[in-house]
Design a protein around this ligand. Structure first.
Ligand code: NAD
Ligand code: ZN
Length: 355
């Protein structure tokens, strides 16, 4: 069966394009009593970007904290805040920040029109009602969250996205100027998420010409960004993120992402750095990719944390293994249909012990 998937219908790209956000959402200010909600990563509170938000009198600013990656309980509390603010559903949600703030904006816009808790919708195509109009303005590049049909959430029993066509943003504004000022470590970790998407997509068994076309271009841009020096590297990284996301949309990620989910679920390690930690131990699966990744780390003087699993209980280690191995499509993409014979619990545990 071929997948028939939607993509983001409206895209604006370019330096300073953020200045046009007010015009873009102006067309969507439909109801006189209505308002927009600006979901802003709280790293920007009190910073110039906050003053540049095209907010009108009735609009609501909702600063979000992403020290922890988004949880279903957090989404539910934000939705409640909006309901407390007004009985009217907003005309739109604007998510401004990295992958976490973008996923929060996606999930909130879905939960304003679907009953219950966001935890009820962790899975595939469980959303029944279209979301509120929602827009992404990325301030970090690499996750591909701006174009993906998932909002990744940690719930009471699992870390799993709300995957649906309704999750997709209606509009994205890609302004490379907004990447200025990202600390080098964070820039690198989130950028490597994109590089790893490309390596895992291109070397996977699910690869096809569609994913290859996007993955190869994204990989080429990542090499320019992380191994060369270009004044427009932020423009390149933003497009690499978009193309990397398009590549995995029609293929899949692999071993590194599966292991990073285990690290994240048990140790709360964030996605980008978790992928870097796991990738560094995967030379036997991605030999060329890991060598190149280490050259990139060296060039940017990145050192990764070690001995993360040293003092962990057997129970915690086993939970990490279970979390990773539950992601069957990732392993099948990486190792083929017989992956269970190749990636036993013992082998998977071995990877985690080395981290
Ligand atoms: P992030 O959004 O978690 O942010 C990381 C840190 O960078 C935060 O402290 C944030 O405040 C800060 N930050 C953001 N923009 C900044 C800027 N311009 N300047 C300075 N600091 C800034 O990081 P991320 O790597 O972009 O996203 C990771 C998240 O994305 C995870 O929650 C992960 O689950 C999710 N994710 C989603 C998808 C998807 O398809 N939906 C894909 C991959 C990852
Ligand atoms: Zn990723």
């Amino acid at each position: 069966m071929y997948r028939n998937f939607s993509i983001v219908p409206k895209i604006m790209f370019g330096r300073g394009s953020f200045n046009q956000l007010g015009d873009v959402i102006g067309e969507r200010r439909i109801h006189p009593d209505s308002y927009f909600v600006f979901i802003l990563d709280d790293v920007f509170i009190g910073k110039p970007l906050q003053k540049r938000l095209p907010m009108q009198a009735k609009d609501l600013l909702l600063p979000v904290n992403v020290d922890d990656e988004p949880k279903t309980s957090y989404i539910d509390s934000l939705v409640q805040k909006i309901r407390d603010y007004s009985q009217v559903i907003p005309d739109g949600i604007i998510g401004i920040g990295g992958g976490s703030a973008m996923d929060i904006a996606k999930a909130v816009s879905l939960m304003l029109t679907n009953p219950g808790s966001s935890a009820d919708y962790q899975g595939w195509d469980l959303i029944n009602n279209p979301s509120v109009y929602h827009v992404a303005v990325p301030t970090l590049a690499g996750t591909g969250a701006e174009i993906s049909r998932t909002a990744i959430l940690t719930g009471p029993v699992k870390k799993l996205g709300i995957n649906s066509d309704h999750t997709l943003f209606h509009q994205i504004v890609l302004d490379p100027e907004l990447l200025a000022g990202v600390p080098t470590d964070q820039w690198f970790y989130t950028g490597m998420d994109c590089y790893i998407h490309d390596v895992e997509s291109l070397s996977g068994t699910y690869i096809n010409e569609f994913s290859k076309a996007y993955g190869e271009k994204s990989l080429d841009l990542c090499r320019q960004v992380f191994l060369e020096d270009h004044p427009d590297k932020d423009d390149k990284l933003m497009m690499a993120s978009y193309f990397g996301g398009m590549s995995i949309a029609y293929s899949q990620v692999g071993a590194c992402h599966a292991l990073s989910y285990g690290l994240s679920y048990v140790l709360g390690i964030h996605h980008g750095i978790g992928c870097c930690i796991a990738f560094d131990y995967l030379e036997e699966i991605y030999p060329e990719g890991v060598k190149e990744f280490r050259r990139m780390m060296e060039k940017h003087r990145i050192s990764l944390p070690r001995n993360l699993t040293a003092g962990l209980s057997e129970e915690a280690m086993q939970l990490m293994v279970t979390t990773a191995l539950n992601l069957a499509p990732l392993w099948e993409n990486c190792l083929g249909p017989d992956w269970q014979k190749l990636m036993t619990r013992e082998r998977c545990l071995g990877f985690f012990h080395r981290m």
